[in-house]
Design a protein around this ligand. Structure first.
Ligand SMILES: C[S@@+](CC[C@H](N)C(=O)[O-])C[C@H]1O[C@@H](n2cnc3c(N)ncnc32)[C@H](O)[C@@H]1O
Length: 316
């Protein structure tokens, strides 16, 4: 897999060249399960997963194929999410046995709470594992003790904890006071209280614009915006309108030694090509490479990938 140099505009090249000039940096990034997470099966518009010691069923429109496991295995799940089919609608969980409000899960140096939330999330996005590993490797490889990472839309902070444990000074930004509280709890649960993590409850776009005005810079950035969101003061986030200006400001806060910017986007009607084009424009002239494509989870037993989101990452 080779990546396109950030300085060439893939759209311009594609326009003039043959179809084979599709950006070479398109790929599928695969996250595998681990001791505390597994995609056990998928199909019929649903997915069966294990989060720690609990198995859960959630809607998954993209799983258009047939289930592999016997119906009895699905019926034995501890919790089933019943709610809107689309990716972000609220709903509720039907449990078949007592599921505690929270239970411990672990990945690398991070220990965090699993929980059933009204928006079908479970306190962690396991498909992000491929990014966690990739970024942690780069923090460690830098050999620096002052590697600064910005985690925008950071939710419960698993990425922030993995990167802090890898040696980074992390700034974690999320608009939700509740999510920031969960993230702080996860820091204590992980015994990483001594690590430099700033927990900031703020609108991501506002935070980045202010950092740009102040001339503050970061060596690594990850952002995982929702399709639609609200800042703590009601600021509106609409990914198609809000992402381009946010990336423009983000370019102003990447340091000269910056190593990466990782973008993930869920549930939006967009192709990785669109994210690739936007990232190529944003980092034009800064050298480096851009890889874009699908982020997918490998189903247990192998041979089946469940796509979860698109990604685009710039590295240098
Ligand atoms: C999909 S989740 C991010 C998941 C996270 N990357 C992870 O792997 O755990 C999106 C997050 O964006 C936050 N959010 C929504 N609108 C926001 C805004 N305007 N500014 C900052 N955070 C926002 C939500 O509170 C939510 O925690």
């Amino acid at each position: 897999m080779s990546a396109i140099p950030a300085s060439s505009d893939p759209n311009a090249r594609a326009a003039s060249a043959s179809p084979s000039a599709v950006p070479a940096g398109l790929s599928v990034l695969v996250s595998e399960g681990w001791a505390d997470y597994a995609l056990l099966d998928s199909g019929g518009g649903e997915k069966l997963e294990r989060y720690g010691r609990f198995t859960v069923v959630r809607p998954e429109p993209q799983a258009m194929w047939a289930k592999r496991l016997d119906a009895s295995v699905w019926e034995a799940a501890d919790a089933v999410f019943t709610g809107a089919q689309d990716d972000e609608g609220p709903g509720r969980w039907r449990t078949t046995r007592a599921v505690p409000e929270t239970w411990k899960m672990r990945y690398d140096a991070a220990t965090f709470h699993g929980r059933l939330t009204n928006f079908r999330h479970l306190g962690v996005f396991p498909e992000q594992r491929a990014h966690w590993d990739w970024m942690a490797e780069r923090v460690k490889a830098s050999g620096r003790s002052d590697f600064k990472v910005l985690n925008l839309f950071g939710y419960t902070g698993v990425a922030s904890l993995v990167l802090a444990a890898a040696g980074a000074a992390v700034t974690h930004v999320d608009a939700s006071k509740k999510a920031i509280g969960w993230a702080r709890d996860n820091q204590a649960l992980s015994g990483l209280e001594d690590r430099p993590i700033r927990w900031i409850c703020e609108d991501a776009a506002k935070f980045v614009a202010r950092e740009a005005r102040r001339g503050n810079v970061y060596d690594g950035v990850l952002l995982d915006p929702p399709k639609f969101g609200r800042g703590p003061k009601g600021e509106t986030w609409q990914v198609f309108e809000s992402l381009p200006p946010l990336l423009d400001d983000l370019r102003k806060i990447v340091s000269d030694q910056a190593g990466f910017v990782v973008l993930t986007a869920y549930a939006i009607r967009a192709s990785a090509l669109a994210a690739h084009g936007l990232m190529a424009q944003t980092f034009d002239g800064l050298g480096g490479e851009i890889e874009s494509g699908d982020l997918a989870i490998l189903q247990e037993g192998g041979g089946r990938l469940l796509p979860t989101s698109l990604f685009s990452r710039w590295s240098r």
